[in-house]
Design a protein around this ligand. Structure first.
Ligand code: PMP
Length: 440
């Protein structure tokens, strides 16, 4: 007998990173979105305080993006990019590269952040081998790092739950210490003052394994998914210096931070540190169509072109690399960022946002507040014996009151679309403070 799934059969869709059984008891369903707001299935307006999953930077239903996609579906729905190409993909690559620091000139398109990370790790290994330095195979990440869910990404990632269920992972990885230090840095505004010396953990790891075996180190300049951890002042510069001294490539995972989240096109620009490779996704297409882009330094591209052993320089790629619908979405997204001067808007709103975040300082259970650009991390003390329970409760109460927020454990992460107004910022923090005051 065939089973026809009813809308209420929640077990059919195995939801990603979700408490499936809990969701089935208390579903939160979205049916539409416009601007800053979702519509819930019970007809309520829900303020999107997270830009979806850190991706809808220009807000929902942006007219420039909508028009571009309508035009594209009527013109070219799909074309391969293995030994064929579309003019728009080459144009987009130029536009993307222009947003990143000089020297980062070449773009490899992927379908997601996870694919961007695994692509970047493979390009790093390929680079060393092409130069005759094939003993450099170790990949170094960081505790609390999130680099997506591919096997490369979880191997260099530092989130225990994302790793421990999935076997032995990649061999030859190691992890630096994370930089979260609430004892010294709680309630910092922007980058914390203390902790630049934690970059020296890379020296320890390099000496432990022999620096000549290390291919690359990957970090999120601002760790997003593990609770909005800003880099200590001087930390990324120090990491860059250690990489340079030891021939190690530096990869910034900017899947969250690229395309304006911190007030500039990249965190590399914000922090004044240029890595060798940058991974991006999310805001590239405003979340409308899945797409990622890996931006690669000139020397890495040149080495592949000059030293490749085969006519195909990189044996890597995806069916959906530079998918025409995604390319159209990305071009329109970059256009809307530019035309509406959206990164400057983030910079202009940042001081007001910072004050709104830090006004929560005296709210019960708040143990740390972190912010930069249009990002906030609000850390709550865990309920004794029940870590994560307080966070989960706040998320549910926020939904009931018309807010979409994101929690990881007991940390609330906020990252609204850049079109948020000052009134909406005020409303968001008033509601949130009210909720936090009501929980025990
Ligand atoms: N890297 C970082 C820094 C991320 O924040 C994310 C997603 N949150 C990813 C990689 C993975 O991206 P995706 O979910 O598109 O695979």
């Amino acid at each position: 007998m065939t089973h026809s799934p009813s809308p209420n059969d929640f077990s059919r869709f195995w939801m990603p990173f979700s408490a499936n059984r809990d969701f089935a008891r208390d579903p939160r369903l979205i049916t539409a979105a416009d601007g800053m707001y979702y519509t819930s299935s019970d007809g309520r307006q829900i303020l999107d305080a997270t830009a979806g999953l850190w991706c809808v930077n220009a807000g929902h239903g942006d007219p420039i993006i909508k028009e571009a996609l309508k035009r594209q579906i009527d013109t070219l729905d799909y074309a391969p990019h293995f030994n064929f190409g579309t003019p728009a993909a080459f144009e987009l690559a130029g536009q993307v590269a222009a947003l990143f620091p000089a020297g980062l000139e070449h773009v490899f398109f992927t379908g997601s952040g996870s694919e961007s990370v695994d692509t970047a790790l493979k390009i790093a290994l390929h680079y060393h081998r092409a130069r005759g330095d094939g003993a450099r195979t170790r990949l170094i990440g960081r505790e609390r790092g999130y680099h997506g869910v591919g096997f490369g990404g979880i191997s260099v990632g530092g989130i225990v739950n994302n790793r421990k269920h999935f076997g032995t992972l990649l061999t030859g990885t190691d992890h630096m210490r994370h930089t979260h230090d609430p004892a010294r840095n709680a309630f910092s505004r922007g980058c914390p003052d203390h902790g630049a010396e934690l970059a020296d953990d890379l020296i320890r790891i390099a000496e432990l394994h022999d620096p000549s075996t290390i291919a690359a180190v990957i970090v999120e300049p601002m760790a997003g998914s593990t609770g909005v951890l800003l880099p200590p002042k001087g930390y990324l510069q120090r990491l860059r210096e250690i990489c340079d001294r030891n021939g190690i490539l530096l990869i910034f995972d900017e899947v969250i931070t690229a395309y304006g989240r911190l007030g500039k096109a990249s965190a590399a620009e914000v922090f004044g540190v240029t890595p060798d490779i940058i991974t991006t996704a999310k805001g590239l297409t405003n979340g409308v169509i899945p797409m990622g882009a890996v931006i690669v330094d000139e020397k890495i591209y040149a080495s592949a072109m000059e030293h490749s052993e085969t006519p195909i320089e990189l044996f890597h790629g995806y069916t959906y690399s530079a998918h025409p619908m995604a390319v159209a979405a990305a071009k329109a997204t970059l256009e809307t960022y530019r035309r509406n001067d959206m990164f400057a808007r983030v910079e202009a709103l940042a001081p007001l946002w910072e004050d709104a975040v830090h006004n929560l300082r005296d709210v019960p259970n708040v143990v740390d507040l972190r912010n930069m650009g249009l990002v906030a991390g609000i850390e709550l003390s865990p309920r004794p014996g029940a870590p994560g329970a307080r966070g989960a409760e706040v998320m549910k109460m926020a939904w009931a009151e018309g807010l979409m927020i994101r929690v990881t454990g007991d940390i609330i992460a906020l990252s609204p679309p850049f079109i948020i107004t000052e009134d909406e910022i005020q409303m968001l923090f008033e509601k949130l403070a009210g909720i936090l005051r009501r929980i025990d």
